[in-house]
Design a protein around this ligand. Structure first.
Ligand SMILES: O=C[C@H](O)COP(=O)(O)O
Length: 265
């Protein structure tokens, strides 16, 4: 049984002051219910990460970043390493978000290398895949998503991959985020999201065999507390990657509440 996961992606929102005010308010809200049956993650901007895990201590909400460099260290101006993230208590990293693929030219290859580095460092990668509206209307969704997922799986299972990688693959998380649904208020239909996510699991099974069953696959794109339940009711949808609706403490707590209720039903 896969533990439901609600990951908030704050993107480039919240100063440190705003981030810590969010945590204070969230802790008050979480005092009234126990979201233990689900995992809640806040993926904050780098500067807000410092001190955030400590501020969330005593809750079941953990902290993630939104990107990392794949190298251990080096001459990479402006980049942040996994050791730097681990040192401040970060446990997960969003990789290959469509905004980074578009704004920063992140390739499937770079996303695959980052995924390997995150797994080897003992953190959880949340690997984003998704199609544009043009690609969807052109009937390319299934092939494109399969190619994005396969690029990661083939890299992780290549013949000369580090041996210890195999035992870490169950920690993989994928997020299917149709680009046209991000921040637009237009979600994919539950049926369409479910079809794509079932396809992702099939691609994972081809590459990973039975280990694919443990991999969690999230839906992302205009998820709100009032539409989350319908996605979570689908067998292969294990949670959500949420942007806008993760920015307010009451809305993030409401997402966790919906996930707890869905996991109980
Ligand atoms: O990473 C999160 C996604 O880009 C979804 O953002 P959104 O919930 O604001 O549509």
């Amino acid at each position: 049984m896969r533990t439901p996961l609600i990951a908030g992606n704050w993107k480039m929102y919240k100063t440190r002051k705003e981030a810590f005010a969010f945590v204070d308010a969230l802790k008050d809200l979480l005092a009234t219910f126990d979201p233990k049956r689900v995992e809640g993650w806040i993926c904050a901007p780098y500067l807000a990460l410092v001190g955030l895990p400590e501020a969330l201590a005593g809750t079941s909400v953990r902290v993630g970043a939104q990107n990392v460099h794949q190298d251990k260290e080096g001459a990479h101006t402006g980049e942040v390493s996994l050791a730097m993230l681990s040192e401040v208590g970060v446990e997960a990293v969003i990789l290959g978000h469509s905004e980074r693929r578009a704004d920063c030219g992140e390739t499937d290859r770079a996303v695959a290398e980052k995924t390997e580095a995150v797994l080897l460092a003992g953190l959880t990668p949340i690997v984003c895949v998704g199609e544009t509206l043009e690609q969807r209307e052109g009937g390319q969704t299934a092939a494109l998503i399969a190619a994005q997922v396969s690029a990661v799986v083939e890299h992780l299972t290549r013949a000369d991959a580090p041996e210890e990688l195999a035992s870490k693959l169950a920690r993989l998380v994928f997020a299917y985020e149709p680009i046209w649904a991000i921040g637009t208020g237009k979600t994919a239909s539950v049926a369409d999201a479910s079809t794509v996510i079932t396809g992702i699991r099939a691609t994972l099974t081809r590459g990973l065999g039975s280990r694919a069953e443990a991999v969690r696959i999230l839906y992302g794109g205009s998820v709100k507390p009032d539409n989350l339940g319908a996605f979570l009711a689908e067998r292969d949808i294990d949670g959500a990657l949420v942007g806008g609706a993760s920015l307010a403490p009451d809305s993030f707590a409401a997402l966790l509440t919906v996930a707890v209720e869905a996991s109980a039903s």
